[in-house]
Design a protein around this ligand. Structure first.
Ligand code: TYM
Length: 325
C-alpha cells in the first residue's frame, strides 16, 4: 500500500507565491509517490467572516489553482471539505478530546483573533481541531505544509495519541513535511513578516493571478537590506527571501544562484527575478482556463466520493470504539 498524504488550503484572499512554494509545489512533487488527498478547506474559511458569493467563487477558483499548479486528478483526490460531512462529525469527537487550554495557546488563534478573545468566534478556537479531523480521517502518513502550520500538526499528533491511548489504536500518527527552503516566504515589504493572504499591504505579496506588470512593479519595489552582494545570508533577510524565490522557481542550488549573480547589482537581480516569476506565472494562469465548470464539477464530485469512502470507515471505527454506534 502506498503511503498517504493529506493537505489543504483555505479559499480566502488570494493565493500567493508563498502558498505555492511552501505547499502546492510539494503537493505536486509528492503525488506520484503517495496516495494524495488535496482539500479545499471552505469550513476553515468561515472561522472569520466571509461574503457567501465570494466564498463560493473562491472555492472553485482554488480548485482550478490546484489543477493549474499540476495536481493531476487522475493521480490525486481533489475535493471540497464541506462535501464530506465526516470532517465536521470527527471535529465534534476531537473537540471532546481536546482541552481548552491547548487550543487557547495556538498562535493562529491569538493572531487571527487579534488577541480579542471576547470577540473571536469559537470556530476560530476550534480551527486546529477541524484541521486535525481533516488529517486523521484519512490515516495520513505525511502532511506537506509551510512553517506556519507546524503547531497545528503537533496538536493533531497529540489528539491522535490521546485518542489512541484512551480508546485503543485508531489513528495513524501523521508526520509533517516542511520543506527546508520555501516554508516561510516573507513579505516583499517587510522580511520580518510572512507573505500572507490577509496582509492589507498587497505590495508585500506576489499573487498567483497577478499580471506581468504588477509582478514586475512589486519586485522592483521590494525592500532590500544594506550591502550589495546577492547572497544567501541570514543577517540579510530581504535578499535571502528574494533569492529563495529565484532558487525554487529555477531549480538551481544556492551556490549556483550566488555564482549566477556574482558582481551583479540589485537592479539586474530584480529584473531577472521578475522575468523568472512572470515566466512561471504565464503558463500557470493559462492552465487555469483549461477546466470548464462541468469538468471541474465532475472532478470535485469524484474526489468527494473517494474521500467519503475512506473518511466514513475511520469515523465508523471511532464511533464504535467510543460506544456511540
Ligand atoms: P493556508 O490556506 O493559510 O495556506 C496554505 C498553505 O500555504 C502555506 N503557506 C506558506 N508557505 C510558505 N510561505 C508562506 N508565506 C506561506 N503562507 C502560507 C501554509 O503553511 C499552508 O501549507 N490551516 C491550513 C489549511 C488546512 C490544512 C488542513 C493543511 C486545513 N486543514 C490539513 C494541511 C492539512 C491553512 O490555513 O493554510
Amino acid at each position: 500500500m502506498r503511503k498517504r498524504i493529506f493537505s489543504g488550503a483555505q479559499p480566502t484572499g488570494q493565493l500567493h507565491i508563498g502558498n505555492y512554494l511552501g505547499a502546492l509545489k510539494n503537493w505536486v512533487a509528492l503525488q506520484d509517490e503517495y496516495e494524495s488527498f488535496y482539500c479545499i478547506v471552505n469550513l476553515h474559511a468561515i472561522t472569520l467572516p466571509q461574503d457567501p458569493a465570494t466564498l463560493r467563487q473562491k472555492t472553485r477558483d482554488l480548485a482550478r489553482i490546484y489543477l493549474a499548479a499540476g495536481i493531476d486528478p487522475e493521480k490525486s483526490t481533489v475535493f471540497v471539505q464541506s462535501d464530506v460531512a465526516e470532517h465536521t462529525e470527527l471535529t465534534w469527537v476531537l473537540a471532546c478530546v481536546s482541552r481548552l487550554g491547548e487550543l487557547e495557546r495556538m498562535t493562529q488563534f491569538k493572531d487571527k483573533g487579534k488577541g480579542n478573545r471576547e470577540r473571536s468566534s469559537s470556530g476560530l478556537l476550534m480551527y486546529p481541531v477541524l484541521m486535525a479531523a481533516d488529517i486523521l480521517l484519512y490515516q495520513t502518513d505525511l502532511v506537506p505544509v509551510g512553517q506556519d502550520q507546524k503547531q497545528h500538526l503537533e496538536l493533531t499528533r497529540d489528539l491522535a495519541e490521546r485518542f489512541n491511548r484512551d480508546f485503543g489504536e485508531t489513528f495513524k500518527i501523521p508526520e509533517p513535511f516542511i520543506p527546508k527552503a520555501g516554508a516561510n516566504i516573507k513579505s516583499l515589504q517587510d522580511p520580518a513578516k510572512k507573505m500572507s493572504k490577509s496582509d492589507e499591504n498587497v505590495a508585500g505579496s506576489i499573487f498567483l493571478l497577478d499580471d506581468a506588470d504588477t509582478v514586475t512593479k512589486k519586485i522592483k519595489r521590494a525592500v532590500t537590506d544594506s550591502g550589495t552582494d546577492i547572497e544567501f545570508d541570514e543577517t540579510r533577510p530581504a535578499i535571502t527571501n528574494l533569492l529563495t524565490i529565484f532558487q525554487l522557481l529555477t531549480g538551481k542550488s544556492n551556490d549556483e544562484c550566488e555564482q549566477h549573480f556574482e558582481g551583479k547589482g540589485y537592479g539586474h537581480f530584480k529584473t531577472e527575478l521578475a522575468e523568472t516569476v512572470v515566466e512561471f506565472l504565464k503558463p500557470f494562469q493559462e492552465r487555469m482556463k483549461e477546466y470548464d465548470d462541468a469538468a471541474l464539477d465532475s472532478i470535485l464530485k469524484a474526489g468527494a466520493e473517494k474521500a467519503r469512502s475512506i473518511a466514513g470507515e475511520t469515523l465508523a471505527d471511532v464511533y464504535r470504539k467510543m460506544g456511540i454506534a
